[in-house]
Write a protein that binds this ligand. Sequence first.
Ligand code: F6P
Length: 369
Amino acid sequence: MSKMIGILTSGGDSPGLNAAIRGIGKALLGRYGMKVIGFRDGFRGMMENRTQLLDSEALSGILTLGGTILGTSRDKPYAMPVAGKLRDMTEVIVDNYRKHHLDALVCLGGGGTQKNAYHLMKQGLNVITLPKTIDNDVAMTDVSFGYDTALGIATEAIDRLHSTAHSHHRILVLELMGNKAGWLALGAGIAGGADVILIPEIPYDVKKVAAAILRRSHRGQGFSIVAMAEGAISQQVATELDEAGKNKGGKKKEKKRQAEERASNNKPGNSQFLAQQLEELTGLESRLTILGYLQRGGTPSAGDRLLATRLGTACADLINDGVFGVMVAARGDGVEPVALKDVVGKRRTVPLDHCWIESARSVHTCFGD
Ligand code: F6P
């Protein structure tokens, strides 16, 4: 009797998901003679028992496709929106795993997905995961697929902003994704030659940013590019959050208060507010571009296709060897299965002494500190 394996994609979509599905599926079918079904739209589709057969025809021609052929959602097994309420649908999901006589479930996703997979592992399911996110913030892996593609898109955006900033002698602020980690802004800022890189890990002093821009201007470089992670915050906001964080639930309340204050004062978001501050402090015109979902769109880069295929085929090997409860982590040119319990609840942020930061400082990039 052939083994039956389930696959789902969960969380934000990302280039490389289909390459990973292809790597897992082709290896399981061709090398190990197993059968594969996909669940639609992440854990929600597993709860609703919406499936799609992943046979060789379904797996053909998807290596270069962006997004996910299975669809995705951010729904959690233990807190699933059902009839307007969040309900624990774990039992239904476990039942559907059993109904399909699954021998294993593969979950492709970021930090939240790793946590959801670990939750199902504790219910006795054989789960194995791959690290996916453009944020590159999944712990215990050198890199997640999706990051390399987003890095290329963000870098091209910075390249293009140089010509318009130079022509108009302007400050161009580019807000980049990354959730609460600065990898995308840091990597693209270096690759694109941004003059200022602002990341969540280094709260910034806007006056220091303005001073760096004015020094450039006085040297005759009347334009500057600021690569700003969406999670970057000022030192003042960081202090307010730290103070609030001393009380239980304080940080969450403080973030809510700040958002309400911003809305009531018609204060723009972090990046728009920064652009306005820089124009006031430097006298240079300042404009904002929010790159948004372009960073998640379109065909995966060659690097992500390679990484997703490597991780996917290694996942199939581990399934064949009966290795479960692990994430297939990228380690150098190879892979390493790491225990899910060591992955969940952690976020891979940029270490303050990371060599990329030192490298950026060596070419006079300002971090606002
Ligand atoms: O996690 C990937 C990501 O693109 C983050 O960078 C971003 O903050 C978030 O997803 C956006 O979430 P959504 O797709 O639900 O709007």
